[in-house]
Write a protein that binds this ligand. Structure first.
Ligand code: DP6
Length: 329
């Protein structure tokens, strides 16, 4: 039997996509159809402990102090099964995970959650995976999680059907560029459609999906170049196009998926107003109503004040570039 250390913990940070991923080339293997580029954030952290235990008859999954729901547990067990297969291990596991997110953040934790789970489970099973293999393992559960394996600026290329090894790779370390991301949490929007379901609906029904597939790589290339050049105006403009184009696919799906709340538009207007006053600040939104504004460190306090005053914005906080996944015994 493979030698294994039995238990391990991992800590991973969430990330924000500057160039968005929306759409799959292979649903079964979870392969993105477009390249994406992200910034790993400090502040939004998931900590996960995995223990393989011979006394267990079933996997036990606890999230934030409660028993995981059936669908949450199913995704965790799928990841554990991949790890067990690789390690030739039959033992069931005890998984305990905590999200250290600012309260009422209303933000998705699947990126940090699956990155931490991939690292903790493979370590506990005695698999000495390098970052690339960890990233591919995390990607199979949630593509954005592949990016959270690395700190700073990260890219996940588009893949082809069957490309089981597709993984993210780092572009630049957190110290490369001292940016700030101001998160403006808004009042809840319409009931959320999960990103996996939303992407599939867009692929099957949005008349704009093909043109999204055509354009997304162009924005990703621009954003990658702008990161290397530390050119915030170029990065920001392409980042806004990327987010608006993916939301356009979502909105024009059948039935439509509108993630925004009135405060989303309010916060977008605030960001545009600041730009008209000469501040280089740019907005992005994920599969929810919250607005995240990217700016230089010197403008962060002003941007935060303006977003705080925007009607319907319930909370704001400031994040900066964070580290990649860390594992301990
Ligand atoms: C809009 O990574 O949550 O946040 O691979 O189906 O788990 P799955 O999707 P997920 O999608 C994230 C979508 C997004 C954009 C992004 O983070 O790139």
């Amino acid at each position: 039997m493979t030698e294994f250390s039995n238990e391990a913990s991992a800590r991973a940070c969430a990330n924000i996509a500057l160039a968005k991923y929306w759409g799959k080339a292979d649903v079964k293997r979870n392969i993105p159809a477009v390249p994406s580029i992200s910034l790993t954030l400090d502040q939004l952290v998931t900590e996960t402990r995995v223990r393989f235990d011979e006394s267990l008859k079933l996997d036990v999954v606890r999230l934030d102090g409660r028993r995981a729901t059936e669908s949450e547990a199913a995704r965790v067990v799928t990841m554990l099964d991949r790890v067990r297969k690789e390690a030739r291990l039959r033992l069931k596991a005890h998984v305990v995970s905590h999200n250290h997110f600012p309260t009422a953040a209303g933000l998705a934790s699947s990126a940090s959650g699956f990155a931490a789970l991939a690292a903790a489970a493979s370590e506990a099973a005695g698999l000495r995976f390098n970052a690339r293999r960890l990233s591919a393992l995390a990607r199979a559960s949630s593509a954005s999680a592949a990016r959270s394996i690395y700190g700073g600026f990260v890219e996940l290329p588009a893949g082809n059907r069957g490309d089981a090894e597709l993984a993210a790779r780092p572009i630049a370390a957190p110290e490369h560029w001292n940016l700030r991301l101001i998160v403006a949490a808004t009042e809840p929007g319409p009931k959320k459609v999960g990103s996996t379901e939303g992407m599939e609906r867009s692929r099957k029904t949005s008349p704009y999906y093909e043109s999204w597939l055509d354009s997304a790589p162009k924005w990703a290339r621009k954003i990658k170049r702008a990161i290397k050049d530390r050119d915030l105006d170029t990065l920001g403009a392409a980042m806004e196009q990327s987010t608006l184009a993916f939301h356009c696919c979502a909105i024009t799906s059948d039935p439509p998926i509108l993630y925004w709340a009135p405060a989303t538009l309010g916060a977008l207007a605030t960001v545009r107003g600041l730009r008209e006053d000469g501040v280089s600040v740019w907005a992005t939104m994920d599969a929810g109503p919250h607005v995240k504004a990217l700016c230089g460190v010197g403008d962060a306090a002003r941007v935060r004040r303006a977003l705080k005053r925007t009607a319907g914005v319930t909370r704001t906080w400031v994040a900066k570039a964070g580290p990649g996944v860390g594992v301990s015994a």
